[in-house]
Design a protein around this ligand. Structure first.
Ligand code: NAI
Ligand code: MG
Length: 355
């Protein structure tokens, strides 16, 4: 079976970590005869923007649509405002392709220490499900009275019953399929008095379809604190777009940092391509130094294999990452070593091949 893979390496460390990810894909082809990936690179990034005045061509989404999956490195450069690079490339892809699930595991890999380990949290393993198409990142609102003392900005939150139902159903179904019981829904219905009470209501309605799942609603401020004080108490956490964005970076931090954290932007109905990407950005502070950690990207490829239905291969990739971490010899600086991006990528590739 051949899969068409669109590759948007992006800016900064994006291309550096993507090179390691793509060599893992080649190794997967060697391991699994009959499986092949036809990759096609799209050079859409901030340099493209500076040349063309846009982040991707007018028919960019059309070009991507024909692929089975999309791999993204990272987007963003100091020369282009972040709201432009994100709103003109990443968010249009997520929305046009109904990638309404942003799936982000918070799992402490073998061989790594959590910054929380001193508290005895060795077994951190939960999943954050972030709503990815509506909510606080709405693109509705406006600015008025620029340049006057009365200048103001309004940004509307958009929550739909349809949007909340489908993300909560996904989270509940995921908990069931993982054999996990608990779903924690992030809320703030004590302070945000229209959208969040609505969110709570719909969450409770959907929960009625899943009587085996234990639901708790938890205010986002307290929930953030619980991520630190008792992270082992979570199985699946479901959150709106903004709350989920914040929680997932926190989730990444408690399991070892952004260099490790993968994500999938998933269209569960498979009507459109899903997109896999490391959570981190283009890291201008370390770009070009060849020290970026490729694990977040390689783990994202493991998630992509799971999505395509090759769970055994997805697991082999994650096992190879863990084997290298347990040996502890080859590590990039962010996880306490001195290896380069390629050295760590190669070490994982060798483990995978040797399997
Ligand atoms: P960032 O994730 O790029 O960097 C935050 C910190 O984590 C930096 O100190 C960086 O060196 C470190 N870091 C990130 N990835 C790493 C890796 N693989 N290995 C080792 N260290 C790593 O976030 P920041 O600095 O807020 O944003 C930089 C640019 O990236 C901005 O233009 C921002 O808009 C963009 N961005 C893009 C995202 C995307 O493409 N999905 C997501 C987040 C930010
Ligand atoms: Mg983020």
């Amino acid at each position: 079976k051949q899969y068409e893979v669109a590759v948007i390496a992006g800016d900064g460390i994006g291309p550096e970590v993507m090179a390691e990810g793509l060599s893992i894909l080649q190794t997967v082809e060697k391991l699994h005869g009959g499986l092949s990936f036809a990759t096609r690179s799209y050079e859409w990034n901030c340099s493209y923007y500076l040349q063309h005045g846009r982040m991707m061509p007018a028919d960019g989404l059309e070009q991507l649509r024909d692929h089975d999956v999309i791999l993204l490195g990272a987007i963003g450069a100091p020369s282009v405002p972040d709201h432009v690079s994100v709103w003109e490339l990443i968010l249009p892809i997520r929305r046009a392709f109904q990638q309404y699930v942003n799936l982000r595991p918070a799992k402490l890999l073998k061989g790594l220490d959590s910054p929380l380990r001193y508290k005895g949290h060795e077994e951190l393993d939960f999943v954050i499900v972030r709503e990815n198409t509506e909510g606080e990142y709405s693109n509705m609102g406006g600015r008025l009275h620029s340049g006057t003392p009365y200048e103001l900005a309004v940004q509307n939150n958009v929550f739909t019953r349809f949007g909340i139902e489908r993300i909560v159903r996904y989270a509940m179904g995921l908990a069931e399929s993982m054999g996990r019981k608990r779903v924690t829904a992030a809320t703030k219905s004590n302070g945000i008095n229209y959208s969040m009470p609505f969110w709570d209501e719909v969450v409770r309605d959907v929960h009625k379809e899943y009587p085996e799942v234990d639901l708790s609603l938890c205010h986002i401020d307290a929930l953030a604190a619980y991520f630190i004080s008792r992270p082992e108490s979570f199985d699946v956490v479901v959150a709106s777009n903004l709350f989920g964005d914040i929680l997932t970076d926190l989730g990444a931090a408690i399991v070892g940092g952004l260099g490790l954290a993968p994500s999938g932007n998933i269209n569960p109905e498979r009507e459109y391509p899903s997109m896999f990407e490391p959570i981190h950005g283009s890291a201008p502070d370390i770009a070009g130094k060849n020290i970026a950690n490729p694990i977040a990207t390689i783990w994202s490829i493991s998630m992509m294999m799971n999505h395509l239905g090759y769970r055994d291969l997805g697991k082999l990739i994650l096992d190879a990452i863990e084997d290298v971490l347990v040996e502890g010899k080859v590590r990039t600086p962010d996880i306490g070593g001195r290896a380069t991006t390629q050295e760590l990528g190669n070490a994982i590739n060798e483990k995978l091949l040797a399997h």
